[in-house]
Design a protein around this ligand. Structure first.
Ligand SMILES: NC(=O)c1ccc[n+]([C@@H]2O[C@H](COP(=O)([O-])OP(=O)(O)OC[C@H]3O[C@@H](n4cnc5c(N)ncnc54)[C@H](OP(=O)(O)O)[C@@H]3O)[C@@H](O)[C@H]2O)c1
Length: 291
């Protein structure tokens, strides 16, 4: 699988990685199947994994996905040191709900828990999961700066942010990546200039829910244009959607989720799918995307 440098980190990783969320939230597979999915992604060439402390069922289950990925990396036959593992802090899961919790004390305690769950002394990329409207943004980002200064975090990323928030955060601590929802039916990060800004600054952009997420994946599966373009390449509509996303910007690192081995293997194939110029033009027009 093709590789490129992840933002300004200097770290080479694959152009597409595995999103860990479906392995740990409601409807998750059992643990051994979850580990098989991670191994399948790695065996297929992925060297980038996205996780978060809150990929779990509820507050009593925090760290489920981080621990699962750690176990899978330890039991994998390949060289796990090649894998760039990105995690996040800044949310909680009271009774299974998703809540922002961006105060400095929470972020620092969450980072310590993630270090333990991942079994490392330093987190490669620590992403602030989402701005908290009850906490000044600068306080949250200041906590990430402190974590970086303390050596607990090598690089800082953001998630669910606007272009203005990216610029504000970058004044406080160097940011290496942005992770926002982005897929053929959700082009807001292009329209708002976030992806352009990542390109300008040389940052990585991680489109999350790149095939629409748990609720939107059916739309990809049934999209006649994606199906038709895929036919000529013997590729599924999911693979076409991911391959198209990769053509939209050099900053792109899609992180498709999977709870099934075949989904992970299919997503890995997407990274090697070469769409023709005519395919790309057709898909741009279909999705209303302007380059
Ligand atoms: N920062 C945030 O706020 C945030 C929010 C949401 C997600 N994320 C991150 O982004 C990752 C991806 O998002 P997501 O998991 O919500 O949605 P997604 O990547 O759009 O995937 C949703 C579902 O689509 C199916 N799928 C994916 N690739 C496929 C393929 N090639 N062929 C067939 N089916 C495929 C999988 O189904 P099966 O389960 O049946 O395999 C997967 O569970 C997450 O895992 C997580 O790491 C971040």
């Amino acid at each position: 699988m093709q590789r490129k440098t992840f933002g300004t980190t200097g770290i080479e990783t694959t152009i597409l990685g595995l999103g860990g969320m479906p392995l740990s939230i409601q409807g998750r597979p059992d643990r051994s199947e979850g580990i098989r999915v991670v191994h399948a992604a790695l065996d297929a060439g992925m060297r980038l994994i996205d996780t978060a402390d809150v990929y779990c069922l509820d507050d009593d289950d925090i760290g489920h996905n981080e621990a699962l990925i750690t176990e899978a990396l330890a039991s994998w036959s390949g060289d796990a040191s090649e894998v760039l593992l990105c995690t996040k802090g800044g949310l909680t899961r009271p009774d299974g709900a998703w809540r922002t919790e961006g105060n400095a004390a929470h972020l620092k305690a969450a980072c310590d828990r993630s270090l333990k769950a991942l079994g490392v002394e330093q987190i490669a990329v620590y992403q602030f999961h989402a701005p908290d409207s009850d906490v000044p943004f600068a306080e949250s980002i200041g906590a990430l700066k402190d974590l970086r200064d303390a050596g607990k975090v090598a690089h800082v990323g953001l998630s669910n942010v606007s272009r203005a928030e990216l610029d504000e955060a970058n004044e406080i601590v160097p940011i290496v990546s942005v992770q926002n929802r982005c897929n053929p039916y959700d082009l807001r990060s292009f329209e708002s200039g976030v992806v352009d800004r990542c390109e300008e600054l040389g940052l990585a952009f991680l489109p999350y829910s790149p095939v629409g997420g748990g609720s939107g994946k059916g739309r990809v599966a049934e999209d006649p244009t994606l199906i038709d373009v895929g036919r000529a390449h013997d590729a599924s509509p999911f693979e076409v959607a991911l391959a198209w996303l990769l053509t939209t910007s050099d900053a792109m690192f899609p992180i498709p989720g999977a709870s099934k081995v075949r989904s992970a293997e299919s997503s890995a194939r997407a990274a090697d799918l070469e769409l023709t110029e005519a395919d790309v033009r057709r898909l741009d027009a279909h999705h209303g995307f302007r380059r």
